[in-house]
Structure formats: C-alpha cells, structure tokens
Design a protein around this ligand. Sequence first.
Ligand SMILES: Cc1cc2nc3c(=O)[nH]c(=O)nc-3n(C[C@H](O)[C@H](O)[C@H](O)COP(=O)(O)OP(=O)(O)OC[C@H]3O[C@@H](n4cnc5c(N)ncnc54)[C@H](O)[C@@H]3O)c2cc1C
Length: 454
Amino acid sequence: MYDPMLDDSPGCGIEYPSSYWADICGANKGNKPEDDGSLEQDINVDVAIIGAGYTGLSCALHLAREHGIKAHVFEANQTAWGCSGRNAGFILKSSGRKAYSTMQKQWGEEVMRGIYNEMCAGVETVNSLINEGIDCDQQAAGYIKVAHKPNMFKSLQAQAKLQQQMFGYDVQVLSKQELHQNFMADENAYGAIRYQDGFGLNPLKLAWGYQKLARKAGVKVHTSTPVSFSETQEKSRVLLTTPKGTVKAKKVVIATNGYTPKGLHPLVTNRTLPVLSQIIVTEPLTTEQLAACNFLTSNVVMDTRALKYYYRKLPDNRILFGGRGAITGKNSDDPYYAQRLLSVLKTSFPALQNLKYNYAWSGWICMALDDLPHIYQGEKGRVDEHIFYAMGYCGSGVSFSVQAGKRLAEKVAGKPTPNLPLYNKALPKFPFAPLRRVGQWGYFHYGKIKDNYF
Ligand SMILES: Cc1cc2nc3c(=O)[nH]c(=O)nc-3n(C[C@H](O)[C@H](O)[C@H](O)COP(=O)(O)OP(=O)(O)OC[C@H]3O[C@@H](n4cnc5c(N)ncnc54)[C@H](O)[C@@H]3O)c2cc1C
C-alpha cells in the first residue's frame, strides 16, 4: 500500500480499495461519476488544486460559486480515492483532537467559540449541499459517545455539562441500562452521552455528489493525474508537472491531507503524521442476532479510549467497526488488524461470536502536532505566497473539510477569513520528524496501557 512517509507519489490511476463503499457503489465496475479525464496537454490555469477529496472539491466548488474562479482539480488516482472515499461516514461537529476546554485555556473564550462556530458551519454546509440533491444514504441523527470505564462515564458527564453551559448544546446522559434498553447492549459500555446531531452516511457517494456540483459550476476534475512541483519555477506562475502535461498556475492549493506524498512541497514537509485507521464491515446481522444485542440504533458510536474504536449499524444491518491499523503501509493488509477489530466487536456484543467480516480496508488519517487542522497561505512577499493548503483533520474531517475548502477558497480569492488559529497559523513542524513513527509506536503502547489499566 502507498505509504506517504516513504513514497513520493500516491500512484497514477489506481482503482478504489475494495471497501464496502466502493463495492455497493460499483466503483470498480465502471459506475464512476463523469470527470474530465487525465490531463493530456500543457495548460495555463488560474487555480490548480491538488487532490480530489472533500477539501479539494469543496474549495473548487466554492471558488466557482462564490468567487467566479473556475479551478482545475488534479487527482492522482480516482475522485475520493484517499480518505474521502474510505472513511466511516460519521458527520460530527468537530475536527482535530483538541478539547474545547484546552482551547479555552490556551486562547480564551472568544476564540474557542469561534472555532466551535466553524465546526457547526461545516455540518450546516454539508447538509445544505446534500439538500441540493446528493443521495448519500443518510441515517437517523444521533452521536453516542460510550464510556469504556466507569471513571470515563464521570468525565463524559462533566463534558456534557460543560458543553450544555458553554454552547447550549443538547446532550443526553445515558446510564448503562438506558443505553442497553434504548440503543444497543454494548457490554464494554459503562454509560454514554448522546448528541442529537451527528449522523452516518455513505462517504463515497457524498464525494461524488460534491464533484457533480463542482463540475456543474464549471470546475474541471482531472483524475489519473499525479502532480509534482517542477524543480524550476517562474516568478509569476507556479509550475506543476504531470505525466503528460505541464500546468502553469497563478495559484496552487494543496488538498492532499493524509495522502500528501513525501517531499511534495516544503510548505507541508514534516508538518503532518499520516496514521492508518482500519475498518471492517461484517456480514449482515440476522433478526435474531440484532435482537440478541438489542441493536436498535443506527446512530454513530465512538468510545472514550485513547486508541478509539468506532462503529455504526449500516442500512443493510451490517456493522461497520473501526480503530487503529498498522503503522506502515507495508503491513496494512495484514489480516491481524481486521481480526483484532472483530475480536473487540465480539467483546462488545458477545452474542455475535460466529459473526464474520466481509470487507476490511484502511486509510491514512492526517495528524497535526497541535491536534488542529490548519488552512494556510504561504507567507506574503515570499515565493510561496501563491501556495495554499488545508490539512490536519486528525481523523475527523468529513464535515469540517467542506468548511476548510470554503475558507480556503476565500483565501485564494484574496478575501478575509475569521481570525482564528485554524486560519492564521501554519501547521507546526514535528520536532525530530524522521522519528515520527517511533513516537507513534510509543503512543500506541502508552494508549494500550492507559485504556486497559486507568
Ligand atoms: C478509515 C478512516 C475512517 C475515517 N472516518 C471518519 C469519520 O467517520 N468521520 C470523519 O469526520 N472523518 C473520518 N475520517 C477522516 C476523513 O475521511 C478525512 O479527514 C477527510 O476525508 C479528508 O479529506 P481530504 O479531501 O482533505 O483528503 P483525502 O480525501 O485524503 O484526499 C486527498 C487526495 O489527494 C490525492 N493526492 C495526493 N497526492 C497527490 C498528488 N501529488 N497529485 C494528485 N493527487 C494527489 C490523493 O490521491 C487523495 O485522493 C476517516 C479517515 C479514515 C482513513
């Protein structure tokens, strides 16, 4: 598997991974949405966007609709071949991993509220785009956070109280018994809190829907077109190289998140850590199996572990179950990681001892050193002034990436963006960057001990 820490290109024209989403959409059987094909000649463009995931497509869509700029999007493989076509499809009012209480301490209440408003705006934008006619199998609203330890239930209750006070957020507290009776009998849960507004959807259909809207607005999407920055650059144009043509762009947007290849551009080098998240999708549960677990809900579920597990019941009664994967791309297909997820699922639902999984795949999420996504323009007056990026969603970008793309479009169009650390600071560099994976390995061990014993 492509490994962004080691490889200098994600490939060219590679098919979608054999995920549940690709399968039910027929993505590798010719049922892909129309695009503009690979780039076959040299072109001059106003804006070139690298990466056709949610960020790139949202940036292109908003540039066209709100600023009259028709961008060209260049994707190495297929539309949403990266995270956007292989995630769990949880729409949540959050991104990054930084707690609001930490933001409040670090930057004060106004900034914390500003960031919260941007996260809410992300969900609103996703909803309004879906309402333009994107069919993406939305499920009933509700996001359940389960406590994997009794002390974590206390901390969830405190979190609920804080969010009710700070944001007037409607958060329900559920005892273990209430959870088991009304949602699902997860034996690993010691209680939970439930937000009314998260939901699950088909992430690949969502991305394809964005592409359709963007192309309708005049955007060109070139798939099978991996891009690198040319070694020689002109003063007023950024030169990009693709296998069959050169692109001269007034402005370039890097929207490659966890799939950013090694050495793509100095602005993003050593500023992210790609980490594999693994998903399995089981065979459909029978009526008896569903009844044995009292699996009533199709709400999206996440636990409180440092190394989180997440799951949801899909519309065809399969369970999607996810958690951390291998450390390197080379080991990503080792069935050990999928088996481990299945074993944990069975500890949550002991009645499912004979359940098998039908699909297993993984993808690179994009960690940032400060646990926060950053939407950034190279420093004015410097050679990088014409280069922009948005990345660092830390595994939670399905909804916020659309807002990031919208803000990115404002930056590209020279319009002001809110004065928030999301939009006015570069991604911090990782110290001892070559040792990032050693740090990750250490964190996984720390997480295992913390989750089991504290
Ligand atoms: C297993 C998994 C589960 C997840 N679940 C959730 C979830 O439930 N909820 C949530 O909020 N978030 C989730 N996420 C995270 C979420 O999917 C991402 O934050 C989001 O999709 C990022 O979108 P993006 O457009 O920035 O990047 P991507 O979708 O990764 O797109 C980047 C694209 O850039 C392309 N590219 C890279 N280099 C080049 C190049 N040189 N030239 C041309 N193209 C290039 C890649 O091929 C790729 O298609 C999950 C991620 C994974 C991996």
